[in-house]
Design a protein around this ligand. Structure first.
Ligand SMILES: *[C@@H]1O[C@H](CO)[C@@H](O)[C@H](O)[C@H]1NC(C)=O
Length: 387
């Protein structure tokens, strides 16, 4: 009996021992398995961290380093707009400290969002109609709605921006000894009687027409610049920018390039002013004022854009708007001689980039109720007719 008990006990101990042994090896296996699994689970996380680290270090476009003495503090009014944001890119990449001031009437944060948080960049929500007190070395004064539907939307505001706003910026330039560049416009020539337009042509503007708030606003802004230069010795520059297009332009800009592209992309008829021999000049915006002065008839242009978009939209004609300039073309010989400024981007390449941008914008807005219908700046009513 005792023997039996002893044997049972032994067997029991052996089994327990055996169990213990298997339990331990199981445990070890488990641990190893867990380690492997943890390793497995961690690997994608490690990968993710690596990705995030690289994306953080590449967060901003590359910026040159400038020493304290070469680095300028630059104010761009209207710097979140189409032209202003390209200028901000160029100056940031050159290594300067850029302060963008915009009231976001037509400017958009998206145009400069890639710089937000950069140590050289500052964005201020401010209307230039109110004075601004900051320390700067240079001022690029671009603030003003620039497309007909935008500036006609609130003519008094357009006038205030161009007059009081420009006085405020010239006052700032005088106080801090900064140089100021005024972004003026080919609209100062009105409906020109001279072709091409040279810098010394005085223009042909209707002072009480629908476009006068912008045309005369910019004309008096130029006058103010030269008065501050003569009387106060402020260094000023005036750039008369002609029709411009490129990525970041407003889809509802209301002028031919954006209208044609939008109409072609959305499969609508391309609306052309009745005067088909109208000539236009385009300056394509890309990082800096690279432009391409070429004359094209509106009809040629509509056909070109329709071809590039690959659309089968019809081309329709519209009555002419009041005071719409019939023809504009800058004489750039002086700019070439004195500034070395020359066209760089071929028309078709500029159009393709703009079309790509518009395509992306339309996709971006696809889930949004807001898709702008192209509205040409036409003031007279009239029926569309095929041409
Ligand atoms: C512009 O786009 C069209 C159509 O996609 C293409 O055929 C043409 O080669 C492009 N032109 C330039 C200059 O990129």
């Amino acid at each position: 009996m005792k023997l039996l008990i002893a044997l049972a006990l032994l067997a029991y101990i052996a089994s327990v021992w055996g169990n213990l042994v298997t339990v331990r090896s199981l445990q070890e296996e488990k641990e190893q398995g867990i380690e492997g699994k943890i390793e497995e689970a961690i690997a994608p996380l490690k990968e993710k961290i690596r990705e995030i680290e690289t994306s953080i270090s590449q967060k901003y476009p590359p910026v040159k380093f400038l020493s304290e003495k070469d680095r300028k503090r630059i104010l761009i009014t209207g710097g979140a707009g189409f032209v202003g944001s390209h200028l901000a890119d160029k100056l940031m990449m050159d290594g300067h400290e850029v302060t963008v001031v915009d009231n976001f009437f037509t400017g958009r944060k998206r145009n400069v969002e890639h710089w937000i948080g950069h140590e050289n960049f500052e964005l201020i929500n401010h209307d230039v109609v109110e004075p601004l007190y900051i320390e700067v070395d240079q001022i690029y004064h671009l603030a003003s709605p620039a497309s007909p539907p935008n500036y006609m939307y609130n003519p008094i505001k357009t006038l205030k921006t161009n007059t009081i706003g420009t006085l405020n910026m010239l006052g700032l330039a005088k106080r801090v000894g900064a140089r100021l560049l005024l972004a003026s416009t080919s609209e100062v020539y009105g409906d020109p009687e001279v072709h091409p337009q040279r810098e010394d042509y005085w223009g042909h503007v209707n002072p009480i027409g629908p476009r006068a708030c912008y045309d005369e606003g910019k004309r008096v802004a130029e006058t103010m610049c030269y008065a501050y230069m003569k009387q106060e010795g402020v260094e000023v520059r005036v750039a008369r920018i002609f029709n411009t297009f490129g990525p970041r332009m407003h889809m509802n800009d209301g002028r031919v390039v954006s209208n044609f592209i939008l109409q072609a992309l959305q499969g609508e008829g391309l609306t052309v002013s009745i005067i088909c021999y109208i000539f236009y000049i385009y300056i394509y915006m890309c990082t800096y004022f690279k432009g391409n002065p070429e004359e094209h008839t509106i009809l040629e242009f509509a056909k070109l854009i329709r071809g590039l978009v690959g659309s089968r939209s019809e081309i329709l004609s519209l009555p002419e708007a009041q005071d719409d300039p019939q023809r504009r073309n800058p004489d750039i010989s002086k700019a070439k001689l004195l500034l070395g400024w020359e066209p760089v981007v071929p028309l078709e390449e500029g159009l393709n980039k703009t079309i790509d941008y518009f395509r992306k914008e339309l996709e971006y807005q696809a889930n949004n109720q807001y898709i702008p219908k192209p509205k040409p700046a036409r003031t007279k009513k009239g029926r569309l007719r095929h041409i």
